[in-house]
Design a protein around this ligand. Structure first.
Ligand code: ZN
Ligand code: ZN
Length: 172
């Protein structure tokens, strides 16, 4: 194993890995399973509802989400997302890689997603609940996209100082 999962931790804006387009996972190995387990652990540690592989420094197309109402966490490998047509709905979003920042993001309300699980089985889920927003947020990470790319002019102004502080902290 070339990756020590215990060494992985959440990376913060403006780390370049967050802007990279992640590559599909060619094969689900023990390493992939160990990384997924570590991502689930970090998601809980950092009190997040989802976490994408680029957020732990790996340019892989994989993300995890927290289960609702005692449901287990879900691991999405090489996901394909399709969005419902119709109105975009604004809602506040935060991101573990952008500590202290919340912005309004407009997204389609419903989505369906097809991905592979840790056993290599394909599954499809569909919802118009809040979970659809989480999928879209995490999927964005796989294409190097962050919530600050989707914010409006008011949030742009409101978060300017915080973003500059994060950029400054990274240079220290
Ligand atoms: Zn940590
Ligand atoms: Zn995020």
């Amino acid at each position: 194993m070339s990756i020590d999962p215990a060494e992985l931790d959440v990376v913060y804006y403006p780390d370049a890995i967050l802007r990279q387009k992640a590559a599909p996972i060619p094969e689900i190995t023990d390493e992939v399973r160990a990384v997924a387990a570590r991502m689930i652990e970090l998601m809980h540690e950092h009190d997040g509802i989802g976490l994408a592989a680029p957020q732990v420094g790996l340019p892989w197309r994989m993300f995890v989400t927290r289960g609702e109402d005692g449901e287990p966490e879900t691991v999405f490998i090489n996901p394909v997302l399709s969005l419902a047509r119709g109105d975009l709905v604004p809602h506040e979003e935060g991101c573990l890689s952008l500590p202290g920042i919340t912005v309004d993001v407009r997204r389609p309300k419903a989505a369906s997603i097809t991905a592979m699980d840790l056993d290599g089985n394909s599954f499809t889920l569909e919802t118009d609940a809040f979970t659809a927003r989480i999928w879209q947020h995490e999927f964005d990470h796989l294409d190097g996209r962050l919530i600050i790319d989707r914010m409006g002019p008011m949030d742009r102004l409101a978060t300017r100082k915080q973003l500059r502080e994060l950029e400054h902290a990274a240079r220290r």
